[in-house]
Design a protein around this ligand. Sequence first.
Ligand code: FPP
Length: 253
Amino acid sequence: MSKKLPFFNKGKNIKNDFIRAESVPKHVAIIMDGNGRWAKKRGLPRIAGHKEGVNAVNKIVRAAHKCNVQILTLYAFSTENWKRPASEIEFLMKLPKEFLHIYLPELMENNVQIKTIGDFEALPEYTKEAVQYAKDQTKNNDGLILNFALNYGSRYEIIKAIKQLMTDVNGSKVSIDSLDEKVFSEYLYTQGLSDPDLLIRTSGEMRLSNFLLWQSAYTEFWFTDVLWPDFNEEVFLQAIEDYQYRIRRYGGV
Ligand code: FPP
């Protein structure tokens, strides 16, 4: 008999009866897309969409925590996002601080650990400071890992890994013969984290946009037309329910 999560039987319109506790994806990664379009539809500036997007982040962190997802990776800023207008970049870079200022106490209470992937050093000081503080405060928490991809690009990550690996081979720390997928994975930002089981992209776009290219080799993809600021627990649970119907063969039969 599969065990149902009691939490899921509460919501009125939440299609939840089929969520099984034992097959909740361990690692969910999300490309949070559509903030600009959400704002445009309302005649608002793009940054209004990003601001509303922070509320959606909070909702999904709570939902992920409640249904025992172990890792939630959120694509908050890509290495390509530096091409945006300076004012929008500045706004985006201030969001982590704003989010953590409001929600860090709740994250602590819920035993959430904050992590990041991406080129952290290149972030503005005010972003680094707020995020580093949250990482330090939550480092001993062993509940949900809330992993922000900040200034993250998968190709850069892979090149960086190769450079470090070559340095280690030249320094005889690693032998070429010992190199395999497991060893290589340890050179990536996601070192120590399992690969995503489920990757969600909002806003109707269906591409990876340089996100977790190596790590998503066997990930299940789920797309929705819902724009990120409208993304909520109900849609998240729908994604999990659909995931639970997928048959993962990893190339086998
Ligand atoms: C893509 O939508 C979204 C982003 C580049 C930023 C995502 C950031 C958030 C949702 C907030 C992050 C919150 C925290 C706490 C770090 P877009 O602007 O490209 O939308 P569009 O395609 O409709 O223009």
